[in-house]
Design a protein around this ligand. Structure first.
Ligand code: ZN
Length: 303
């Protein structure tokens, strides 16, 4: 196990040991979240003081996700609803806005970030995939700790301390990623995926990122996009491109076939977790395990 992984395990144990003694019959906060990165974050900051229902599990694409009847019940039941926002949960935004107008505690955690820290994608919109910059994700952790503290002011110190420990883990992760990416020769630092989820990752670690489908998977790639990307891959002799666990692999396979037709044998470097963690209970079912998997897959595919 790499040294950073040991450090992360040690920090996790420290975090687990931080929970205050359970107070008699006090009911934990019931929180409903959307994507699994956020579910994992809220469970980490809230510890035993929260019961978190995540609506979107492994392999689920938040851009296309429509709430079910069961989801509406979980939302009605919640003391607090946390989502990413910035149009990530495209088909749920309307419902969240309606609930907020009705006075329900609903917070889009990425919308609480300083816009200057965000990647602008048009005059009116920002890239919502903020978890791929660990330091920005640390700011989301602060926003979550603030939201939990507002809902449960007696435990403010507990939530804030957990957020601080989580941010220390993110700092270690950031150093680990920087060291691993440095193993890829500079001219090969090009990350090609099914959709544009890795903008923050590329900006932080110096990779050029190209997503076939843009920021939102609702816009489908056309045959011309596939050919243009294949041409770029062949011209620049890119070794590997990547599928994503929450997006159909068909478009990336089409790009691979089109590059091969041009005489360049590009490989599929593996599957990255972009908009959902892995299965609960697997190493990739946590934020840190997901990031480590992605970094190892990217480095092996490109170096
Ligand atoms: Zn996405």
């Amino acid at each position: 196990m790499p040294r950073v992984a040991h450090a992360l395990v040690a920090l996790s144990l420290l975090l687990a040991g931080c929970a205050p003694p359970a107070k008699d019959a006090e009911r934990p906060l019931r929180i409903t979240t959307t994507v699994s990165m956020l579910t994992d974050l809220v469970r980490t900051i809230g510890g035993e003081r929260v019961i978190v229902h995540g609506l979107m599990g492994a392999g689920v694409d938040p851009h296309l996700y429509k709430p079910t009847i069961g989801d509406v019940a979980k939302l009605d039941d919640a003391d607090l609803i946390l989502y990413i926002g910035l149009h990530l949960e495209g088909r749920m935004a309307e419902l969240f806005h309606k609930m907020a107008r009705a006075g329900r505690p609903v917070i889009g955690v990425a919308e609480a970030l300083n816009p200057e820290r965000l990647i602008r994608t048009s005059e009116q919109s920002y890239d919502p995939h903020v978890w791929f910059d660990p330091l920005l994700w640390g700011e989301v952790a602060s926003a979550v700790a603030d939201a939990l503290s507002a809902a449960d002011p007696e435990r403010r110190a507990f939530y804030q301390r957990n957020a601080a420990i989580y941010q220390a883990q993110l700092g270690a992760l950031d150093a680990y990623i920087r060291a691993r990416i440095a193993e890829i020769p500079v001219e090969r630092r090009v990350l090609i995926t099914a959709h544009d989820a890795f903008g923050y990752f590329g900006a932080r670690y110096g990779l050029e990122v190209i997503g076939l489908q843009g920021i939102n998977t609702a816009t489908e790639a056309g045959a011309r996009d596939v050919q243009a990307l294949a041409e770029l891959i062949a011209r620049r002799q890119i070794r590997s491109i990547f599928v994503e666990t929450s997006v159909s692999p068909n478009t990336i396979r089409a790009v691979q076939a089109a590059a091969q037709a041009r005489g360049w044998p590009v490989a599929i470097g593996g599957a990255l977790f972009s908009d959902a963690l892995g299965d609960e209970g697997s190493p990739e079912g946590t934020y840190f395990g997901m990031m480590q998997h992605n970094v190892e897959t990217i480095v092996e595919g490109l170096k």
